[in-house]
Design a protein around this ligand. Structure first.
Ligand code: MN
Length: 296
C-alpha cells in the first residue's frame, strides 16, 4: 500500500517529458456496439500517461491511467490495455462460445475479465522488477467487455465507468482511493472527502504488487445504454450531469472531444481520456431487467 501511495504522490507532482500516446482502435463503427474515444495531455502535464483501447472484434473497451517516474506511467498504462486485450482474447478462444446467454457470474467473461486484469498486473509488476527506471510503475485499469446482452466490468483504481440509461447517469465503478474507502466504510462524509489533501491517493493499482484485487460486475444491457469510461482528469473537473448532457445532447461521435474540451476549459490539470460506448438494439437484452451482480 505504501508503494501505491508513494507512487501516486509522485505522479500528482507531475513528472517527466516523452513520446506521444497512441490509442488503439479497431473497426469502431461495426457491430452491435458503437464506440468513440479521445485522449489529451491536458494543459499542465508534460506528457500523456493515459491509454485507452477500443477493440470492437473482441467487444472490449478500456481506459488506463498510468503513474510512476521516468516513462513508468505511460509504459504501465499501455501495457495494461494491451495485456488485458491479449489475455481476454486468449480466454475467449479457450472457452469457445461467449454468445450463450449465461447469467452473470456463470458467464465465462465474468472470470475472464478478472483474469485478464490479473495477467496485466503480473506482466507490469514483473517488468517493473527487472527495469530499474520503471520501478514502482502502476496504472488504473477500467475495462468493459460486452457479450450476450451483458456488460462485464473489471476495475481497479480511480478511473471511472458510468452508465447512462434514459436521462439517468450512474457511476458503476467504485473509486479505489483512501478517501473513498473511508466514505464507503462510513467513517467520512462525501463532502469531507472532497476536501482531503490526499483525496486522489490510490488504495489499489495495477502492477505495483504481485497480486491485485479486481472489482468485477456484470450488468444486463438495454438498447440505448451508453457507457462512459474516463480517467480522473475528466471526473475531477467535470460533473456527472455535465458528462450525461455532453453525451445525450450531441452526436455520440463528438462527445469525447467535447468532454476533453470542457476539462481543458477548467484548466486541464491532468491527462484526460474518454471512451463512450453505445449499445445498439442487437447488442442488448430486450427484456433485460437491469439487475446487476457484482463482487469485489
Ligand atoms: Mn489521471
Amino acid at each position: 500500500m505504501n508503494r501505491v501511495m508513494a507512487v501516486a504522490a509522485r505522479i500528482k507532482e507531475g513528472v517527466s517529458p516523452p513520446p506521444p500516446l497512441v490509442g488503439i482502435e479497431d473497426d469502431e463503427m461495426t457491430g452491435p456496439i458503437i464506440a468513440f474515444a479521445a485522449t489529451d495531455r491536458g494543459l499542465r502535464r508534460e506528457n500523456n500517461e493515459d491509454a485507452y483501447l477500443i477493440d470492437a472484434g473482441l467487444g472490449l473497451y478500456v481506459v488506463a491511467d498510468g503513474m510512476g517516474g521516468a516513462r513508468g506511467g505511460e509504459v504501465a498504462s499501455q501495457m495494461a490495455v494491451r495485456c488485458m486485450r491479449d489475455a481476454l482474447q486468449a480466454e475467449v478462444e479457450r472457452c469457445g462460445d461467449v454468445s450463450a446467454d449465461t447469467q452473470a457470474e456463470a458467464h465465462p467473461l465474468y472470470r475472464g475479465v478478472a483474469r485478464a486484469v490479473a495477467h496485466a498486473n503480473a506482466s507490469i509488476y514483473r517488468r517493473a522488477d527487472h527495469e530499474p527506471n520503471l520501478m514502482g510503475m502502476g496504472t488504473t485499469l477500467t475495462g468493459l467487455a460486452f457479450a450476450a446482452g451483458q456488460a462485464f466490468l473489471a476495475h481497479v483504481g480511480d478511473s471511472r465507468a458510468y452508465r447512462i440509461r434514459g436521462r439517468t447517469i450512474e457511476q458503476v465503478s467504485d473509486d479505489h482511493t483512501y478517501a473513498q474507502e473511508l466514505v464507503r466504510a462510513g467513517s467520512l462524509g462525501p463532502e469531507e472527502a472532497r476536501h482531503l489533501p490526499y483525496r486522489h491517493v490510490l488504495s489499489r493499482a495495477v502492477g505495483v504488487e504481485p497480486d491485485v484485487n479486481v472489482d468485477v460486475r456484470a450488468m444486463r444491457t438495454r438498447p440505448g445504454d451508453v457507457f462512459v469510461l474516463c480517467s480522473d482528469g475528466l471526473a475531477n473537473v467535470v460533473t456527472e450531469i455535465e458528462i450525461r448532457d455532453a453525451v445525450l445532447d450531441t452526436f455520440l461521435r463528438s462527445a469525447p472531444d467535447r468532454l476533453v474540451r470542457l476539462a481543458n476549459q477548467r484548466g486541464g490539470p491532468d491527462n484526460i481520456t474518454v471512451v463512450v460506448v453505445c449499445v445498439n438494439d442487437e447488442g442488448a437484452n430486450d427484456d433485460g431487467d437491469g439487475q446487476d451482480r457484482r463482487s469485489a
